[in-house]
Design a protein around this ligand. Sequence first.
Ligand code: PLI
Length: 465
Amino acid sequence: MNQPAPLPDRRSWAEPWKVKVVEPVRLTTREQRDAAIREAGWNTFLLRSDDVYIDLLTDSGTSAMSDSQWAGMMLGDEAYAGSRNFYHLWDAVREYYGYQYIVPTHQGRGAEHILSRILIKPGDVIPGNMYFTTTRLHQELAGGTFVDVIIPEAHDPASEHPFKGNVDLEGLARVIAEHGPERIPYVCLHATVNMAGGQPVSLENARAVRELTAKHGIRVFMDATRAVENAYFIQQREPGQQGRPVAAILKEFCSLTDGCTMSGKKDPLVNIGGWLAMNDETLYEEASNLVVVFEGLHTYGGMAGRDMEAMARGIVESVQDDHIRARIGQVEYLGHKLIGWGIPVVKPIGGHAVYLDARAIYDHLPQDQFPAQMLAAQLYLDSGVRAMERGIVSAGRDPATGDHRYPRLELVRLTIPRRVYTQAHMDVVAESVAAVYSQRANTPGLRMVHEPKYLRFFQARFEPL
Ligand code: PLI
């Protein structure tokens, strides 16, 4: 007779919400997916979402809103000027991020555009802890040059450094000495670092960056898109921070910076929106003037009143410890499952996504045959799971030489939307990754047959070799 299983020696946790509304998703056949990926030029960005089963393309704008946020949508004040929802948003940013002034924008890149235009002059240099695609492009379009000052561990998928997003302080000091502080309008501090695998920056490192830049009168602007996730990692990993509320850590982190750009489509749990924040009143005046040219009046910046209300409420929800623990806990659940099966992923598991190491998985493919692009396509073919390339295609070309940039990291990002998928979905994803991994030998590479000028990863087309 079978013996009963031993009683559990640990307790499970579950998400601090239950499902009220469901959205059907479509299961497709292998033949349908085969046709869809060809039609999409082997680029998962060009698939129709109707052809996708589990959509892990991005965590951007894909969150499920709460009943309180949806209720807030009905309280939209759609006045052209001075909408009450704008003031709710401003209050939420002041309370939880601590910045004095905010300029709303339609999404994060709108804020990057405004910031780059007001601070960067041609010939300037902007040090940052790894590039992000839209951030670097706006810096370049304003005449600046991005310089990577992230610690070397960030470029090694296997390094288990707990704060792989940290700035290399000696590297930053060298950049300041080489170019002079007058050529450096600000340091761009991403928290967490998307392109490194969703890796955090420690409070200690942010303090040291503050100290070093203050000596030279250089500003620090944070990319706060996933700063709540960063604060959670500080709470979990940084000595002395355990037991502090994530909200308190977030506010302290922000206090070490002069302002931030924000894509509201990530941490703040909304489908659209963003903002630029700062403490300097003169800078605010310039930004709130420029925003009317490109985004909309300084009290809506491209957002509807209802969207600002949903974001104000989303900010409050996003900093609750039980929310953020469950959010990152789900990402870690998927990541640890893959690690357990020996599948190469970026370690430690990041805040918003699990990153497959395509260079290690397709070690027979040179980088200019786009291994990560192919791996994302194979995953889609196997199961209808949609992921995203984060490697040579995303890195684009060097504007000076016109050559491909060859990043050390050649990754596929399995990005988990907030409050959308269940543990069973994560199991389906993990099993599909395992299936694709087991068939890795002899997978061909790709060649690019259409290459757009800007942010090519969004619209490039490929063919198998
Ligand atoms: O997509 P936007 O314009 O709201 O935000 C741009 C943006 C800025 N910074 C960072 C770190 C991002 O991750 C970011 C957008 N990320 C996307 C779309 C993503 O899929 O990761």
